[in-house]
Design a protein around this ligand. Structure first.
Ligand code: ATP
Length: 348
C-alpha cells in the first residue's frame, strides 16, 4: 500500500476533513536515565503548513521529532501523524513521512544518482519507477549536472540537498527537517530554502527545526518555541513579533578593552524611568532596549548615557525581529554556530 493510499484511509476514518499532519496531545518523553526531554507538549500542524520549531540547544526539538518519526516511543500522551497513532500504527506513520536528520545519511562512496536510487530501493519505490523518480528529484535539488559524481566530492550544501532528495523518494506528504542548514554558508542556505519552498508549494507539509531565526522568519507560516521540554509560545512570525510589542532601540557604544561599558549602559537603561516596561540586553557592540516608547524617549537615554561618560557611536530604532522575540521569551539569545566555508571539492 502506498503512502497516499494509507493517508487516504486515515482521512476516511476521520470523516470528511483529512486529519492534520501532526496532532500531539500532552506528549511526554522521559529517557531511561530519568531526563524528561519533552514535558506535556500540545501541537497541531495542519496539512500543507510550513511549520517551524525553535528552541535553544537541549530544549527538546530533536526528541520531539524522533517521537513523530516513530524512532522513540512517547512515555505519555496521544500522538497521531498523518492520522496514524505513532505507537500502534508506526509502520503507516513511517510510510507517510520523510526525515532529514541532523547528521547527513548520504553515502560518500556512491554518486548522487546512486544515493537516490538506493533510497528508492530502501523505501520500496517500484523498480519501474526508480529511474524517473531519481531524475525528477535530482532535478528538483539542482544536482543533475553532478548526478554521476561521487558524493565525497560535494560541498556541505550539496550533500544536504542530496540528503533532502533521498528523504522524498516515496513522495511523503510530511517531511521533518532537523536543522537542515546548520553550518552552511548563506549561499548554500539560500539554495536549500528555494528547494524547501518548492516542495511545500507542491503541497508537502514541512516541520523544520532551525538555529537561524531569519530562516524561520523567511520560510515558516507558523512557529512554536520550546524551552525545557515545554512550548512557551506559538503563532505566525508576525504575531510573535507583535507580542514583543513596541520598538527596539539599538545603541552602539565605544567599547574599551577591560571595561564594563555595555553593562553600565544596560544598568542606566534599566533604571531609566521614561521607558514603559523596557527589556534591556547587551549586544555585540552596545545595548538593545525594547519598549513601547523606545522611539519617543531614545534621545533622552542617549543624553543620560553621555552624561555618565559613555561614548555613543550610533543608534537606530527598528521593529522587533524574531531574535528579539526569542530573547524576550527565553531570556537568552539563540546560540549560533558560525557558518562554515563550503568543503573542498565540487562547489556550486
Ligand atoms: P539540539 O539543538 O542541541 O539538538 P534539542 O532541542 O534537539 O537540542 P534534544 O536533543 O531533544 O534537544 O534534547 C533534550 C534533552 O534531552 C536534553 O537535556 C538532552 O541532554 C536530553 N537527551 C537527549 N538525548 C538523550 C538520551 N539519549 N538520553 C538521555 N538524555 C537525552
Amino acid at each position: 500500500m502506498t503512502g497516499a493510499e494509507r493517508t487516504g484511509r486515515a482521512s476516511e476514518a476521520h470523516g470528511d476533513s483529512p486529519p492534520p499532519a501532526i496532532d500531539a496531545r500532552d506528549l511526554e518523553l522521559t529517557y531511561g536515565d530519568g531526563t524528561t526531554a519533552v514535558d506535556g507538549v500540545d501541537l497541531r500542524v495542519p496539512r500543507g503548513e510550513f511549520f517551524g520549531f525553535l528552541g535553544p540547544n537541549g530544549a527538546g526539538k530533536t526528541t520531539t521529532i524522533k517521537v513523530f518519526a516513530t524512532l522513540l516511543s512517547p512515555t505519555a500522551g496521544d500522538v497521531r501523524v498523518n492520522g496514524f497513532d505513532v505507537r500502534s500504527e508506526s509502520r503507516a506513520v513511517r510510510e507517510t513521512i520523510g526525515y532529514m536528520a541532523q547528521e547527513t545519511s548520504v553515502d560518500p562512496e556512491l554518486t548522487a544518482r546512486e544515493n537516490v536510487r538506493y533510497a528508492c530501493e530502501a523505501y520500496g519505490v517500484p523498480r519501474g519507477e526508480r529511474a524517473e523518480r531519481t531524475s525528477e528529484l535530482l532535478d528538483l535539488v539542482d544536482l543533475v549536472d553532478v548526478a554521476d559524481k561521487r558524493a565525497e566530492e560535494f560541498s556541505g550544501g550539496m550533500k544536504k540537498r542530496l540528503d533532502a532528495a533521498t528523504a522524498l523518494v516515496h513522495r511523503p506528504p510530511l517531511v521533518f527537517l532537523d536543522e537542515p542548514t546548520t553550518g552552511l554558508d548563506p549561499k548554500a542556505r539560500n539554495r536549500l530554502w528555494d528547494y524547501f519552498r518548492r516542495i511545500n508549494d507542491r503541497g508537502t507539509t514541512i516541520f523544520l527545526t532551525t538555529q537561524y531565526l531569519d530562516e524561520a522568519d523567511q520560510l515558516c507560516d507558523r512557529l512554536a518555541v520550546i524551552l525545557d521540554g515545554e512550548i512557551v509560545a506559538d503563532g505566525t512570525p508576525d504575531e510573535l513579533k507583535r507580542r514583543v510589542g513596541g520598538e527596539v532601540l539599538d545603541v552602539e557604544l565605544a567599547l574599551e578593552e577591560g571595561t564594563d561599558v555595555r553593562e553600565r549602559a544596560a544598568r542606566i537603561a534599566r533604571e531609566f524611568e521614561e521607558f514603559d516596561d523596557a527589556a534591556v540586553s547587551t549586544t555585540e557592540d552596545g545595548i538593545a532596549v525594547t519598549a513601547a516608547n523606545a522611539r519617543q524617549h531614545g534621545p533622552d537615554l542617549l543624553v543620560a548615557l553621555r552624561d555618565a561618560g559613555l561614548a555613543v557611536i550610533g543608534f537606530n530604532v527598528r521593529s522587533p525581529t524574531l531574535d528579539d522575540v526569542f530573547l524576550a521569551i527565553t531570556g537568552e539569545e539563540l546560540e549560533l554556530d558560525r557558518a562554515e566555508a563550503p568543503a573542498e571539492g565540487v562547489t556550486r
